[in-house]
Design a protein around this ligand. Sequence first.
Ligand code: PGA
Length: 249
Amino acid sequence: MRKKLIAANWKMHKTPEQAQAFISAFLPLVAEHNRDEIVLCPPFVLIPQMGWALRGSRILLGGQDIFWEKEGAYTGAISAQMLHAVGCSHVIIGHSERRQYFGETDSTVNLKLRAALAVGLKPIVCVGEVLQEREAGVTEDILRRQCSIAFREISAGGAHPIIVAYEPVWAIGTGKTATPEVAAEAHRVIRAQAAESFGDDVAAKMKILYGGSVKPDNATALMSQPEIDGALVGGASLDPKSFAAIVKW
Ligand code: PGA
């Protein structure tokens, strides 16, 4: 059985005070909960402070993006090494908002994925189709393309830490959720591509999360699908009560 992972993607939300208030409220709500892994992915500037606030808890930290170079003249960029050094275990890569607003492509996702693996960060690689692609019946082709390019030049031996998040773009922040069956079908496609790229053993162990309008009231139905290994939660992760309810689906 793959252990489920519930990750919060805070996107561009919260000041230091708001992050502290979240942690103070959230920690007691999940203190007894050790069934699933929990990862918080706040904006970069909050990470060191949150590392302190979370010490002694089981809650892990992740970044929302990285640049693929180690260091250098790349104004505004953050490297995998830097995230690792401030205590992150995970990093989100290739989120659809990065693809839409910041020029992320399948090839840059691959560079970032390799940079994350090189320092021991667990990458959460986001893939997913837009509405037109779903309506045109090309979802499987899109997912296969996104995954196969993301996975390029990574050996089966090095691929174990990879986590994929299936995030249909039409479900992100829209209140529309993929049905558990639609999500499970996409997860099977992603796992089949992982098997092609890395072999059956790596594919069978790979965590594939679902993301897109996960809320307390739909989390149980989604997480009960054996194919769904966890959730990447945006809007509903900003409130400690609603995120705790999702964690405890
Ligand atoms: P949402 O965002 O839960 O607000 O739809 C999910 C995501 O973008 O990761």
